[in-house]
Design a protein around this ligand. Sequence first.
Ligand SMILES: Nc1ncnc2c1ncn2[C@@H]1O[C@H](COP(=O)(O)OP(=O)(O)OP(=O)(O)O)[C@@H](O)[C@H]1O
Length: 371
Amino acid sequence: MPDPKTPAPQATGHEVTPRLEIRHLRRFFEGRAVVDDVSLRVLPGQVTCLLGPSGCGKSTTLRMIAGVEMQDEGEIYVDGRLICDTLHRVPPERREIGLMFQDFALFPHLSVGDNVAFGLRGAKDSKRQRAQSLLDRVALGQYIDDYPHQLSGGEQQRVALARALAPRPKIMLMDEPFSGLDNRLRDGIRDETLSLLKEEDTAVLLVTHEPEEAMRMADEIALMRDGKIVQQGAPYNVYTRPADKAAVAFFSDVNLLHAQVNGALAETPFGQFLAPGMPDGTNVEIVFRPQHVRIDFDRNGRGPEATTTEGVPARGVVQRARFLGNESLVEFRMDFDGSVLKATVPNVFLPAEGRAMWLTVPRNRCFVFPR
Ligand SMILES: Nc1ncnc2c1ncn2[C@@H]1O[C@H](COP(=O)(O)OP(=O)(O)OP(=O)(O)O)[C@@H](O)[C@H]1O
């Protein structure tokens, strides 16, 4: 058994002790590291989203924290106490960790109230009281004596949430918990869930492959790829200062320009881009999102004046324009090399096919990465 007094090695007197901390977790399947040196911390009342494409190792990470899977390397700490390394492990039921998965299963033969109270100890009255207060909180108080089959899918999901929260877990692990819900229900349930978890000061580690869900829910996003965390930070920082091209592309469509560095500058048809610290001859990709492309009208064969912040305009011809509801997507075939660049514009903007327009790329919205 790990010594419960063993502190997390980096804990100091001044910082808040993370509710959950994992250090250098590794898990191999058939010789392949599906979780490869993953470290992260979640503070009380904080939501961290483990975000990444299918198969990148998110669920395996969660299963190791829950204790249903054993890591090959690394340690797990709760409130600064070691609960699991490769030699010792606190069993899952003693980790004070709640689980909520997409395929939650309520007990069909138990009432809603008994489902919520299932993991509780103590007197019947106090268990019912706790169940009632949590059900009230998820707006299902009046269904305490009903049975799961009498509730809708979304309502059952809220019961599952109340059940997971009932024992007041220190940590809640959630694996795509909202993906089974239809869109109309999802936003409301997500927001309710979040406020309930914050109110209980629970540390949440939520796994999702949907960037919008992570942006909506997370205090911190840990972007995962091929078993590794490639970037970690507040949603705004991960979105606006992506670590690499794939990190940009995970959140939105991207446009790409290829160039070579000369004197710390990359020359393109949109003018020069700064490439600080990159040696001459480095092949780079300039990456920018369609929403940041500026569109200007053609003025007798010319575009707007070049500026240092916007660079040089390049001419393109509208190939296709579609209205997507909140925005319009316009695809341009560019004169300089025949490639297609995408631009999105709020609301309705549907220029005719074949119309010439000028595009510029604001420098503060571009990312220059070595290829
Ligand atoms: N028990 C196992 N035996 C062998 N390979 C496994 C096992 N469990 C997971 N894997 C593999 O490990 C990799 C990571 O799986 P994991 O379920 O953690 O990914 P994920 O990011 O959660 O994906 P998804 O979102 O699709 O669930 C996958 O390639 C998967 O096939």
